[in-house]
Design a protein around this ligand. Structure first.
Ligand SMILES: Nc1nc2c(c(=O)[nH]1)N[C@H]1C(S)=C(S)[C@@H](COP(=O)(O)O)O[C@H]1N2
Ligand SMILES: [Mo]
Length: 436
């Protein structure tokens, strides 16, 4: 029953994904009701029930179910068809250079199901044949390598849980364009268990020149031949050459059959459909690190090679486009992360940042991974301003949008890690706002 308090209702208007969240009078009352009656009045929720009498046997108990699916790939229930990646209308009119956003408002825990992991392609999604795919490793190495997928999968492997966040996540909020839902404000992030080979293992095999080699260039096999420079300190620490995602091979849209994963660094460095790694002694200054992925500052200068995704968090429920149906208990929940390591603490405010309460962190709390936080809240029906503010293990504190704008102006697209505010109106509707 508890799940009913926060279910997302399919919105007739589609991409706005409005939701209705049902409260109880108090948390204790809620639990007592659930235990003694096994049901609550949930009219208007996603699970509005045809019958409330628990002694009636439902039709699906009175007949045989569908046969076991012995072949094929399992899909979510048809009742969950609203859980979709979505594109932002008008944001990227060219469908090959586009973004689809993760439906954060519909997800639990910290792992993003592969089918709703956001997508960002610069030149569309190539269809790569794993039999023909090769990874070349060359440059300042003693033994240049040309590896097949089979070769790569014979190296010692590791599995690690990490987020991938596009540097442009939250970019629209710089200039106060308040997009309606958390899917659009923060949905260019996802978190998976990735399996592959540490790049350091491959660079050792190639005999990297540790004196001269200062940078690694990674190139993708798609039409954009996307290229990014990775500093060797990153390359030799936790960077992975990945083929597995959430227990299976990468999805085509996430780089099948091979991608780079640069944990904690903006997504563009995690080059998909990885075909080439070159060791060099200076940054390459490619198109994607000189024309794009730079931050234009108020004085006309720009920041370049700004890679690490700083500490950040967002409340995913209640969040923009959802609707609270009546006063009472709600669990405020959301996600926090840092490209510098583990999340240490998340504070939540329901009054726009005047008072803060420390949220519970769900284990496991992992380095450069999403962390789930939760806080109990009794909504009194008055207007509320919900915010979360994360602190990471290096002591970095998530800034507010005004602090960020004071330093970076409003012409940046990338690296907005500001505190997000959701306004709960007396009618229960939740809106994306920026507070003074
Ligand atoms: N080859 C290649 N790699 C790429 C891209 C691309 O277009 N081509 N997009 C980059 C960007 S900008 C991001 S944010 C991440 C997104 O990864 P995803 O599509 O798996 O979410 O991939 C990066 N790697
Ligand atoms: Mo990106």
């Amino acid at each position: 029953m508890k799940a009913m308090a926060g279910r997302v209702v399919p919105a007739p208007e589609g991409h706005l994904a409005a939701a209705q969240l049902r409260p109880s009078q108090s948390r204790r009352g809620f639990i007592r009701n659930s235990v003694t009656t096994g049901a609550l009045a949930v009219t208007g929720s996603a699970f509005a029930q045809a019958r409330t009498d628990p002694t009636l046997v439902p039709p699906w108990t009175r007949s045989l179910g569908a046969p076991v699916v012995t072949t094929g790939y399992g899909m979510p229930s048809k009742h969950e068809a609203n859980v979709q990646r979505r594109q932002s209308p008008g944001l990227t009119p060219q469908p090959q250079a586009s973004i689809s956003f993760t439906p954060l408002q519909n997800l639990f825990g910290i792992i993003t199901p592969s089918g709703v992991h956001f997508e960002r392609h610069h030149s569309g999604m190539p269809e790569v044949d794993p039999q023909q795919h090769r990874l070349m490793i060359h440059g300042l190495v003693k033994r240049p390598l040309m590896l097949t997928m089979d070769d790569i999968m014979r190296f010692p492997s590791v599995s690690r849980i990490h987020f991938i966040e596009c540097g442009a996540n939250g970019g629209m909020e710089w200039g106060n364009v308040a997009v309606p839902t958390v899917q659009y404000t923060h949905g260019m992030i996802a978190c998976s268990e990735f399996t592959g080979v540490l790049l350091s293992t491959l660079l050792d095999e190639a005999g990297v020149d540790r004196a001269q080699g200062k940078f690694v260039l990674a190139e993708g096999a798609d039409g954009s031949a996307l290229t990014r420079t990775i500093p060797i300190e990153f390359a030799l620490s936790d960077v992975m050459v990945v083929y597995g995602q959430n227990g299976e091979m990468l999805r085509p849209e996430n780089g099948y059959p091979l991608r780079l994963l640069v944990p904690g660094v903006q997504g563009v460095s995690s080059v998909k459909w990885l075909r080439r790694l070159e060791v060099g002694d200076k940054p390459w200054n490619t198109r994607e690190e000189s024309l794009h992925y730079i931050d234009l500052l108020p004085d006309g200068m720009h920041r370049q090679y700004s890679g690490v995704q700083e500490v950040k968090s967002v409340i995913t429920m209640p969040s923009g486009g959802q609707k609270l149906v009546g006063k009472g208990y709600y669990e405020i929940t959301g996600l926090a992360w840092s490209g510098r390591g583990k999340v240490k603490r998340v504070d939540v405010s329901v009054d726009g940042g005047r008072d803060w309460q420390t949220a519970r962190l769900q284990e496991p709390v992992l380095s450069k991974a999403l962390t789930r936080f939760r806080l109990d809240w009794n909504w009194d029906g008055a207007p509320a301003l919900l915010q979360s503010r994360a602190v990471d293990e290096t002591g970095h504190v998530q800034p507010n949008i005004h602090q960020l704008r004071a330093v970076r102006g409003v012409r940046s697209i990338y690296h907005n890690n500001a505190v997000q505010t959701w306004r709960v109106q007396p009618d229960g509707e939740v809106w994306n706002v920026q507070v003074a």
